[in-house]
Ligand binder design. Structure first.
Ligand SMILES: [Zn+2]
Length: 253
């Protein structure tokens, strides 16, 4: 087990209200518990999902649930945009990346937290949110840490539910962290319209146990932030010191 990397401020970029909790919740709560300021940029209102449609206006419900969940996770600031849920991949990556740039500047972010490149669940919206974050991060030379699931977790879910989870093998994982899920579970509860009647979510959490895994999409080493000002690069304590993986992390810019 290792620990999450050091960061002076973290911006999570995601596609749907609930992604910040169902997916990134344990990490966001861990950063907040450590005193690291966190913010969330969510690109759609998540109204394409049929979950919770009997509860009223999904646009308002999802926004209220996101705000409540963010409070549980200790997230300082939430920005919720209105790009079309289910069609994020059709939006220009450059355009979305501009929103990431603005949010990162507001948050003075030194680290971006995103879903893994495959979208974890395989959702094209997740993949596009990550693409937009990476595009900005490459230009700003900010590190990007991706939340991932292990290959066996993905394979089990896909077998049991016919889902399209994209998991990662051990050699693709940079960081395995013991997760305290208490805050995350409270945040998940805030998303009542989507957390109930969601067997895949609960089974996935069961399979993950107290373990969360991450990959670097852009490795640390950048010294320039969104405003172009000098910024302390975050620590690279995201692999076991002394391991080959750790050496590789340290060696790459
Ligand atoms: Zn999602």
């Amino acid at each position: 087990m290792s620990s999450l990397p050091e960061a002076s401020s973290v911006l999570a970029v995601c596609a749907h209200p609930d992604d910040e909790s169902f997916g990134l919740g344990a990490a966001l709560a861990a950063f907040a518990a450590r005193g690291t300021p966190t913010a969330v940029l969510c690109l759609t209102h998540g109204t394409a999902s049929a979950l919770g449609t009997s509860r009223g206006d999904l646009h308002q419900i999802r926004a209220a649930e996101l705000a409540a969940a963010a409070r549980e996770l200790g997230v300082g600031n939430v920005e919720l945009l209105d790009y079309p849920d289910g069609a994020l991949a059709q939006q220009p990556t450059d355009l979305l990346s501009g929103h990431v740039q603005q949010a990162a500047a507001r948050a003075n972010a030194s680290l971006l937290l995103v879903f893994d490149e495959g979208g974890v669940t395989g959702h094209p919206d997740h993949q596009q949110a990550t693409r937009a974050a990476r595009l900005f991060a490459r230009r700003a030379r900010l590190p990007v840490l991706a939340w991932a699931v292990e290959h066996q977790v993905a394979a089990t879910l896909n077998f049991e539910f016919g889902t399209s989870f994209a998991g990662r093998t051990t050699d693709q994982i940079d960081c395995s962290v013991e997760a305290d899920r208490q805050r995350q579970l409270s945040a998940i509860t805030c998303h009542a319209s989507q957390a109930q009647d969601n067997p895949v979510l609960w089974r996935r959490l069961e399979l993950q146990g107290n373990r969360e895994v991450f990959r670097w999409l852009n490795r640390p080493g950048a010294t320039r932030g969104p405003g172009g000002s000098g910024r302390q690069a975050p620590g690279t304590r995201c692999a076991e010191p002394g391991s080959a993986r750790y050496a590789k992390t340290r060696a790459q810019p």
